[in-house]
Design a protein around this ligand. Structure first.
Ligand code: SF4
Ligand code: SF4
Length: 288
């Protein structure tokens, strides 16, 4: 069972919910938690992990490289490069690796066979064992690199190999490639929002992604009491898909500061998350 936690908007409590669900499921099933935010991982922190250990590097793209000895300086490569990655220099032509997206067009048009496509190391796999007995898996994108969607696909594949009963995927914010890669082929999407106009707007955007892939979903309104009127509005929008509401709770802030999972502080939010967990289990039974 793959359960993705997504939100569209950042900072609405997605990782808090994902980490709590992983802990709660781990009391009943074998679990693996996957941090799909390869730009800025933090699921481990919510699970009390101080340091993730690095493993293999991940390569999901290529970059062009000019073999200067073979180059006749005809300039065709610069002419076809839509990314503007090939610059003319005093000595000939050179590729700017930060602009090259590895499309290979220059390699195809070069009459001297002077362009090679080289693999780029885009990220490093990371993992840690939580004190709850399950693993959290993620990856750290190297600065200036692209391909975060493909990297998410790689870490999901790795998590799949662990053959756990439940995989909790913590999606990044937004609706771009890594979010799509986090949502596709999941069994249920938990969509977290906050009662603000941007929370609702971004919820609708991420809902489009979930609906596109026909993923059953439920909605959680976090910090319900910061805007009661908007909270009601989103509740109405969610209708029967509302999984529950979580109150603003200072104990959550304390948890983040102390690197302590929210469920361990026994605050109001922790109780509400447990109630939501029971509702999610009921939803899962219906779709199983
Ligand atoms: S691989 Fe594509 S993006 Fe990179 S330099 Fe060649 S044409 Fe430009
Ligand atoms: S197309 Fe090939 S030969 Fe022409 S400038 Fe580019 S690298 Fe050199």
């Amino acid at each position: 069972m793959n359960i993705v936690v997504a939100s569209g908007k950042g900072g609405v409590g997605k990782s808090m919910v994902a980490s709590s669900l992983a802990i709660l499921f781990s009391r009943e099933k074998s679990v693996v938690a996957v941090d799909c935010d390869v730009d800025a991982q933090n699921l481990g922190l919510w699970l009390g992990v101080k340091k993730m250990s690095s493993g293999k590097t991940i390569s999901v793209s290529e970059s062009a490289e000019i073999i200067h000895e073979k180059c006749s300086k005809c300039g065709r490569c610069a002419g076809v490069c839509k990314s503007g990655a090939i610059e003319k220099t005093a000595g000939g032509f050179k590729v700017n690796p930060f602009l090259c997206d590895g499309c290979g067009a220059c390699n195809l048009v070069c009459p001297e066979n002077a362009i090679e496509m080289k693999k780029v190391e885009n990220a490093v796999l990371q993992k840690a064992k939580t004190k709850f007995g399950f693993e959290v898996i993620g990856a750290q994108l190297f600065p200036g690199n692209a391909g975060s969607g493909k990297i998410v696909a790689e870490i999901r594949e790795k998590a799949g190999k662990s053959k756990k009963e439940v995989t909790i995927l913590d999606a990044p914010a937004g609706i771009g490639c890594p979010v799509t890669a986090s949502i596709v082929n999941t069994d249920f999407a938990v969509l977290v929002t906050e009662p603000t106009p941007s929370g609702l707007s971004d919820l609708k955007r991420v809902l489009c992604v979930a609906n596109h892939f026909k993923i059953p979903f439920g909605i959680i309104i976090n910090q319900r009491d910061i805007n009661k009127e908007f909270s009601r509005k989103i509740g109405k929008f969610a209708g029967k898909n509302l999984l529950g509401k979580i109150s603003y709770d200072k104990k959550v802030v304390e948890s983040i500061v102390e690197l302590k999972p929210v469920l361990e502080n026994n605050g109001k939010a922790a109780g509400e998350i447990k109630k939501i967990f029971r509702k999610i289990k009921k939803e899962l039974k219906q779709i199983a």
